[in-house]
Design a protein around this ligand. Structure first.
Ligand SMILES: [Zn+2]
Length: 402
């Protein structure tokens, strides 16, 4: 007798693939992370009646955009925020990857802004990640590198892996709040993000082609409590993580954030974003280097998410939970940008998606304190029956893009 195929992780039961790219309706979107629990319903990619995903629909809109007009809007925005007293006028969060190099460089050199860059440190820097980060600073930027308490961060990473199968969640929270927090501290009224959720698909809570982020992503009302690693503060205390440990992960006070009146914009709204273009720009202007292994595990590309030894586990757990991961993401974006065909995309997904990130497996186990047995136990418990089945002693996906 077969098990009922109940979807775990708040995902839709029925699996749909986009007719144009290789994305599925299982992709979780940038939801409000501090409300994220194991069972909370996830905001996932939406599809139109013809079976086309919201990211591809955004690209239809994108073709009609008058980029000269958008650039004028960007110039006006910069004019409005530019300071003449030598202090910083824009904050650019980033890691020194291709997108943040591009954003900080054009804002400084083309639009005459004085950016401060801020970085939430990776769990464990890779050699190439550290080199690219240093190259970014040497290319001419001031930077604040924030490194969270290593003991607390490792513990939260483990708890997020255990509770949400999302080892990156504490990182995401910390990184989210760092930029507005630093902006308030330094009296900077403009934040520019280098990337945009619209390029990769949007859920119903995120504006499709908007230029600004929703402040609810960054803040809570007075008296409200966040979930961190899927747990409430009093539950975290049972694991030896206390209120005073949580400052970097605690959302901003909504009233304080609103009063600070910070504009949070996405650069791809104003400048036509293409990952390949950003890659060549970064090579030219900061000496950015791609993955020296030729490609990153789990995909065929060599230029994104290179700086953290935990990256591969972010994508692998994503694959376990949603049946699609890094190669799907990369191929879909390249199909939308016209670099590859859908057929090529399908072949790349089938070859690389879900590849196990073995290079840093031992580092990940050491970092989180998980045993190999416990790791696989949690992974296998995280497989949703609407996506996975056991065939001949092996786990296989029930649905694949074709
Ligand atoms: Zn699509």
């Amino acid at each position: 007798m077969s098990e009922p195929a109940r979807a775990k992780w708040g995902l839709p039961e029925e699996v749909i693939y986009c007719k144009r790219c290789v994305e599925s309706n299982q992709r979780m979107m940038g939801s409000i992370q501090h409300a994220d629990t194991k069972d909370s319903k996830k905001d996932t990619t939406i599809f139109d009646e013809e079976g086309v995903c919201s990211a591809c629909l955004y690209f239809d809109q994108k073709k009609k955009i008058d980029w000269n007009e958008r650039e004028q809007q960007l110039k006006d925005l910069c004019d409005q925020f530019r300071k003449k007293d030598g202090t910083y006028d824009v904050l650019v969060p980033g890691s020194g990857g291709k997108d943040s190099v591009f954003a900080s460089h054009v804002l400084k050199h083309k639009y005459g802004m004085n950016p401060l860059t801020v970085t939430w440190a990776p769990h464990m820097y890779t050699d190439i990640g550290w080199k690219n980060f240093q190259a970014w600073i040497r290319a001419g930027f001031d930077n604040i590198l924030f490194t969270p308490n290593g003991k607390v961060h490792a513990k939260l990473t483990r708890l997020a892996f255990e509770n949400l199968l999302h080892p990156f969640q504490p990182f995401v929270l910390g990184q989210y709040y760092l930029a507005p927090r630093m902006a308030i501290e330094r009296n900077i009224k403009l934040i520019f993000y280098a990337d945009s959720s619209a390029e990769r698909g949007t859920g119903k809570n995120v504006k499709m082609s908007g230029n600004q982020f929703d402040p609810r992503l960054y803040s809570i009302e007075k008296g409200q409590k966040p979930f961190i690693a899927g747990l409430l503060p009093e539950e975290l205390a049972e694991h030896g993580v206390f209120q005073h440990d949580l400052a970097p992960y605690w959302p901003l006070d909504r009233e304080v954030l609103e009063k600070a009146d910070i504009a949070i914009h996405m650069l791809p709204y104003y400048i036509n974003y293409d990952p390949q273009k950003m890659y060549y720009y970064a090579i030219e202007h900061s000496g950015f280097q791609p993955n020296p292994d030729g490609r990153s595990e789990g995909t065929y590309t060599k230029y994104s998410s290179l700086d953290d030894k935990v990256d591969g586990f972010h994508y692998f757990t994503w694959f376990i939970k949603t049946g699609r991961a890094r190669a799907t993401e990369d191929a879909s974006l390249e199909i939308r940008n016209g670099h590859i065909t859908r057929e090529e995309g399908v072949a790349l997904v089938r070859r690389f998606d879900g590849e196990f990130p073995k290079k840093y497996f031992k580092d990940f186990l050491d970092y989180t304190g998980l045993t190999e047995e416990r790791f696989w136990d949690l992974i296998n418990k995280g497989r949703s029956p609407h996506l996975w089945e056991r065939v001949g002693g092996k786990w296989v996906l029930k649905h694949q893009v074709s």
